[in-house]
Design a protein around this ligand. Structure first.
Ligand SMILES: Nc1ncnc2c1ncn2[C@@H]1O[C@H](COP(=O)(O)OP(=O)(O)OP(=O)(O)O)[C@@H](O)[C@H]1O
Ligand SMILES: [Mg+2]
Length: 372
């Protein structure tokens, strides 16, 4: 496919309220040319509103929308050169696949030969060659979703907007479509904004993720940045599981930054070494998040930066790992630790009641903002 030159998309100080409801607080965000960014957040946080402002279905109360530096805030949706796919992908049921896909080209009254050629090429791209004469009800959910994608891409849009595009598919299909979508988006290098409330989907597909809550973008970063270095409690908990500790900042040996902190429900003070970049002033209250897969369970502390002695309270097998619940030294509260499942499946399982050390590296202690 010969696409147009990819263009960047910029939201500048954009906001939108509905009566008393602030659907989107003043937001500034730049999406680079050819980049796929996900808007990730819980129901009602303002994802669709943001997308609708970009599409032109919603007028922002403040701010501007720019594509390739050009202000399109006042432009009507059909003049914005956007491709769009929604959750229910609403194909026209009485039209063939060929007619569905070529709809935008026929509306634009392109020459017949060009319509045929572009329809053929885009159906090849979504791996549905020769499906032209079928009707939507003769296709699987995943195939229909690919038709919807083809229909949105056939007009060579400069921006692609996806609102929960895989939401209607079951888990397996969804996973293979994630790879498909990524392949197609990258082969066209089309600037894309995707809305999702599925963290795995966002991590799999995105160049960058914008994590939203209550009308605000809390953090924007690559999947590894938002997962490994969440800045707030909300981001740490929305992207996976986080063991949270609350305590006070102090200094350990060689003036290294250390917090003395507790897990909710426990009165055991745990010394938690944090990385230098997460240092706070002595005496400051801090919240620390530790991912369960960064913690190890073993018979001794192995010289780890952080360790405490615990007792196994329970465990469940999760396919790729076993999730252990362990208590803190005073026998109260609990921490979740993931241990990789062995390739043979016969790794020793720590029985309930066993004592073990929980340890992790200072670099995996993340100081997060508790308020957001
Ligand atoms: N047209 C409207 N009139 C009144 N309130 C609206 C309107 N559109 C959205 N809202 C409100 O704005 C907030 C954000 O809605 P939005 O649809 O952007 O959320 P979302 O993040 O897409 O949620 P979901 O994951 O459930 O689709 C919600 O509180 C919603 O009720
Ligand atoms: Mg929505």
């Amino acid at each position: 496919m010969t696409g147009t030159q990819p263009q960047d998309l910029k939201l500048e100080d954009v906001s939108r309220s509905f009566g008393p409801v602030v659907a989107l607080e003043r937001t500034t965000l730049t999406i680079a040319a050819g980049e796929l960014i996900s808007l990730l957040g819980p129901s009602g946080c303002g994802k669709t509103t943001t997308l609708r402002i970009i599409a032109g279905f919603e007028t922002p109360d403040t701010g501007r929308v720019l594509v390739g530096g050009r202000d399109i805030t006042e432009l009507s949706p059909n003049h914005r050169r956007l491709g769009m796919v929604f959750q229910d992908y609403s194909l026209f049921p009485h039209m063939t696949i060929g007619q569905n896909v070529s709809f935008g080209l026929r509306m634009a009254k392109l020459p017949r030969a060009e319509i045929t050629e572009r329809t053929r090429r885009i159906l090849d791209l979504v791996r549905l060659p020769g499906f032209d004469d079928r009707f939507p009800h003769q296709l699987s959910g995943g195939q229909q979703q690919r038709v919807a994608l083809a229909r949105s891409l056939v007009t060579n849009p400069s921006i692609l907007l996806l609102d929960e595009p895989l939401g209607a598919l079951d888990k397996n299909l969804r996973e293979s479509m994630q790879f498909e979508l990524r392949r197609i988006q990258q082969s066209l290098a089309i600037t894309t904004v995707m809305v999702t409330h599925d963290q795995e989907e966002a991590l799999t597909l995105s160049d960058r993720i914008a994590v939203m809550d209550r009308g605000r973008i809390l953090q924007v970063g690559t999947p590894t940045e938002v997962y490994d270095r969440p800045r707030t409690r909300f981001v740490s908990e929305f992207l996976g599981t986080a063991n949270l500790f609350v305590g006070r900042m102090t200094e350990g040996a060689n003036a290294a930054p250390v917090a003395v902190a507790r897990r909710e429900g426990s009165e055991s003070d745990i010394q938690i070494a944090v990385p230098e970049r997460d240092r706070r002033n002595n005496g400051d209250t801090v919240m620390i998040a530790v991912r369960p897969e960064k913690m190890q369970l073993s018979n001794n502390r192995n010289g780890a930066d952080n360790a405490f002695e615990a007792e196994v309270v329970g465990h469940v097998f999760r396919g790729t790992h076993r999730a252990y619940q362990v208590s803190l030294p005073d026998g109260r509260g609990e921490v979740i630790v993931y241990q990789q499942a062995g390739s043979s499946g016969d790794e020793p399982v720590l029985a309930v009641g066993r004592r073990a050390w929980v340890s992790w590296s200072a670099n995996d202690s993340i100081v997060v903002d508790p308020e957001a």
